[in-house]
Design a binder for this molecule. Structure first.
Ligand code: ATP
Ligand code: ZN
Length: 283
């Protein structure tokens, strides 16, 4: 039985649970419960505050966990990063009041900076050769300048709208983060085996998220050109249509080059293009 720690309630919770479910792992959730056991996979889920997850994994109370890299590095606990999960992408940034005539990081010398991430901030300031007073507060960091607690803040930003609505502007990016799967560094063989099984499923889910199944019709004279544009997993599938001189072509394309490929194959003569999401992809 492998023990997975995830955030009980917060920005990581929903996507963490979604990933586990997409891996075909079933369990019953209840907002009151602190742990649940899967009904079809040797996994137990512990619901914790995200700040506690690196420590619990390092101590072996949980075997694996899902946490933001920002919290993992801030906590400085000994845990292995097994996989980047691609969700909860954000950055830790320095921000100052909009009216501030900020020119460079050296403007922060001797200033007060409020943050919930003192270690990450300290490491960054040290690297930049800046000495400032760090005020560690656990929440509502963005209001610190307006109440006179600090001249600058260092906080999590994704779109930047929270900064703007508090009259602040982002001036430096301190750390880039996303959710990661972490593991205790001395799992026994049985737990390691369950983790490998879980990772195999996570990879299938991740690959599928990036890929689209594409079906199109093409006249025979365009087939070669379209085939060259669509690599597929091995190579595209080509099936004859009932209509003479036409074929149906099936393939898989990567989301990143998706629109570019669609335009090219259309120009090459493809018609009736269907794009279908893929649920799992095992190569
Ligand atoms: P807890 O009560 O568990 O301590 P918290 O309030 O510290 O929760 P959340 O705000 O739920 O934490 O954020 C959890 C993690 O989600 C952060 O550590 C960060 O990695 C990521 N995160 C935070 N804000 C955003 C955002 N705006 N967009 C995307 N990811 C974010
Ligand atoms: Zn937290």
């Amino acid at each position: 039985m492998l023990r997975l720690a995830i955030q009980k309630s917060g920005r990581l919770s929903e996507d963490s649970l979604k990933l586990i479910r997409e891996c075909g792992i079933s369990f019953i959730t209840s907002s009151l419960k602190l742990k649940t056991e899967s009904t079809n996979f040797p996994l137990e889920i512990l619901y914790l505050r995200d700040d506690d997850i690196p420590g619990y994994v390092a101590d072996g109370v949980a075997d694996i966990g899902i946490v933001g890299e920002n919290v993992l590095v801030e906590e400085g606990k000994q845990a292995l990063t097994v996989e980047k999960l691609g969700f909860s992408k954000c950055r830790l940034s320095l921000a100052v009041p909009k009216s501030d005539n900020y020119k460079s990081i050296h403007d922060l010398n001797g200033k007060n900076i409020a943050t919930s991430y003192p270690n990450l901030l300290q490491a960054y300031l040290h690297e930049q050769g800046v000495q400032a007073h760090i005020h560690t507060i656990s929440g509502s960091v963005e209001i610190a300048p307006s109440i006179g607690l600090a001249e600058a803040i260092c906080d999590i930003v994704s779109s930047g709208s929270t900064l703007i609505s508090n009259g602040l502007k982002e001036v430096e990016r301190v750390f880039k983060s996303e959710a990661v799967l972490i593991a205790n560094d001395s799992l026994d063989e049985e737990k390691r085996r369950v983790l490998d099984k879980l990772l195999f499923r996570i990879h299938a889910v991740q690959r599928a998220q990036k890929a689209k199944y594409i079906v199109l019709n093409a006249p025979h004279e365009s087939l070669q050109e379209i085939k060259d544009l669509l690599p597929g997993i091995k190579s595209p599938t080509i099936l004859p249509l009932a209509e003479e001189g036409w074929s149906s072509l099936h393939s898989v394309v990567n989301e990143d080059d998706f629109w570019e490929i669609i335009e090219k194959i259309k120009d090459a003569g493809a018609q009736g293009i269907l794009v279908i999401p893929i649920e799992k992809m095992i190569v």
